[in-house]
Design a protein around this ligand. Structure first.
Ligand code: ZN
Length: 59
């Protein structure tokens, strides 16, 4: 992995699932009432959605 110290780099966000940094423009976002989650792609979004579903049905 090579990181550049470029002060002009575009805004990046961290994927909620795999923690990969992705450009804000490319990230899938999921907005809740008082939070925003970002995903590097639909694969991670699906994984997150599956886990959220399991947590909800835990009762
Ligand atoms: Zn990801």
């Amino acid at each position: 992995m090579s990181e550049r110290n470029d002060s002009m780099e575009p805004a990046k966000v961290s994927c909620e699932v795999c923690m990969a940094e992705v450009p804000h423009d490319d990230a899938k976002s999921m907005e809740g009432s008082d939070y925003v989650l970002y995903f590097c792609g639909l694969d991670c979004y699906d994984r997150w959605a599956d886990e959220a579903k399991e947590e909800e049905s835990g009762e």
